[in-house]
Design a protein around this ligand. Structure first.
Ligand code: SAM
Length: 260
């Protein structure tokens, strides 16, 4: 184990999300951090290796996206109240896919705190999947399945197409490309969460048009103030309202080359 360990931020979890991890989950976060540090010596998983940055930019940032589905241990913080309507049943086990998961973000922290949610970690790079499979076994997570493929392929394949309740996409490409990867994979009434940095009115208008071509709509935008770093990030919530036209997603590489 390295001499670098994660900070304890129970107070910040509670203040910002109205929730905090159990001590077992804290230990799993720590274990995940150590695994990433070790694997990073051979694989380029992340540039974020400082313990405080890792806590904020990988753990906290991953979990803020599923804030509507966190059990409210204390009153929901005001800044999250607009999202309360998104979660219908907090006890429902959501079937989740993390598209372009890389080193496992946001999927692995979510798998740790939601052991009853089946989570598929999708990435097109086999080396990353090999790491994720080892990490998942080491963390004792039984709810995670790795999948090495392109989102464009999976979105056209049974049993994946139109089968997930929640699709998460962080740092994979422009919002319209992420929407084309995510919406075909969602079941009706499922949600996609796009983790974005800056978010402009222009992007919002563009995404609205793209979402409607794909059978979805933009239902909420959450401006996220990071607990430590300056700047604001955004989580964009899309809901699937109609089946996606079979022509989407287009062939491998086309969504990124010719965004809708
Ligand atoms: N989501 C992680 C995060 O936020 O730390 C990793 C982001 S990394 C910059 C982007 C990842 O997406 C890479 O691991 C890449 O292999 C994967 N990726 C890019 N396009 C993809 C596609 N069309 N299908 C599946 N994986 C893809």
């Amino acid at each position: 184990m390295s001499d670098r360990t994660l900070p304890n931020r129970s107070d910040v979890w509670l203040q910002t999300l109205g929730w905090q991890p159990t001590s077992e989950q804290e230990q799993q976060f720590e274990r995940l951090f150590q695994q990433i540090l070790q694997a990073n010596q051979q694989l380029n998983l992340t540039r974020i290796t400082d313990p405080q940055d890792f806590w904020e930019k990988h753990l906290w940032d991953s979990l803020v996206g599923i804030a509507p589905w966190l059990p409210p241990g204390s009153p929901i913080p005001t800044w999250l109240q607009d999202l309360a309507s998104l979660s219908t049943d907090l006890n429902q086990a959501m079937r989740v896919i993390d598209i372009g998961t890389g080193g496992g973000f946001p999927g692995l922290p979510i798998a740790i705190i939601k052991p009853t949610w089946p989570i598929t970690l999708l990435d097109s790079t086999q080396k990353k999947l090999t790491f994720l499979e080892q990490a998942t076994a080491d963390l004792g997570l039984e709810n995670v399945e790795g999948c090495c493929d392109r989102a464009e392929n999976l979105g056209q394949q049974s049993p994946y197409r139109e089968s997930f309740d929640l699709a998460l996409v962080r740092a994979v490409g422009p919002a319209s490309v992420c929407a084309e990867y995510a919406l075909p994979l969602l079941a009706l009434q499922g949600y996609a969460v796009l983790y974005r940095g800056q978010w402009t009115t222009e992007e919002q208008e563009g995404l609205k048009a793209v979402a409607s071509k794909l059978g979805g709509e933009v239902v909420a935008v959450l401006p996220v103030t990071m607990p430590h770093s300056p700047g604001i990030r955004h989580c964009i919530y899309l809901r699937k309202t109609q089946p996606t036209d079979p022509k989407f997603p287009r062939r491998v590489g086309v969504p990124a080359r010719k965004p809708l």
